[in-house]
Design a protein around this ligand. Structure first.
Ligand code: 5GP
Ligand code: ZN
Length: 139
């Protein structure tokens, strides 16, 4: 992918503050942190979105994300960690190269998710949506 900003970071064509690197995976500081210490974990090969990414790559990304979370707890004194992964503009994705956000959280860090729980009209509405998903589910 010629024009992908994260591919350019992989090729070291643009700078990034790298916190972890192996044969398949790169992790670096997010330039616009939700909370300071925010890290992005990406595969070195360009994939997008999650549903088009091979299972073993997804597993590698999340294994590294877990290690970064531990480093945020141990090294930054984080009290908690959010793991987040956006797919598609409707979901807030801005960079179309799969990436896992690892966000250290501190008591009173001032960040609040806009997480307003909604209600289903009734049990049937919820069951109908579950049924629609199940009918398209395949492993
Ligand atoms: P998305 O909204 O696609 O899930 O997240 C993209 C993330 O990439 C954002 O949090 C943004 O701050 C970060 N980002 C965008 N461009 C750059 C860059 O050039 N360098 C770094 N380190 N992070 C970037
Ligand atoms: Zn890319």
């Amino acid at each position: 992918m010629n024009n992908c900003i994260f591919c350019k970071i992989v090729k070291k064509e643009i700078p990034a503050t790298i916190v972890y690197e192996d044969e398949h995976t790169l992790a670096f500081m997010d330039i616009g942190p939700i909370v300071k210490g925010h890290v992005l974990v990406i595969p070195k090969t360009h994939y997008d979105p999650l549903t088009e990414t091979p299972d073993e790559i997804v597993a590698q990304l999340h294994t590294v994300a877990k290690r970064i979370a531990q480093a945020q707890i141990d090294g930054l004194g984080a009290d908690g960690v959010n793991i987040m992964q956006n797919n598609g503009a409707a979901a807030g994705q801005e960079v179309p190269h799969i990436h896992v956000h690892v966000i250290p959280r501190f008591t009173d860090d001032g960040h609040h998710w806009n997480w307003a729980a909604k209600k289903y009209d009734d049990f049937e509405e919820m069951a109908e949506l579950a049924e629609k998903m199940l009918s398209s589910f395949h492993l």
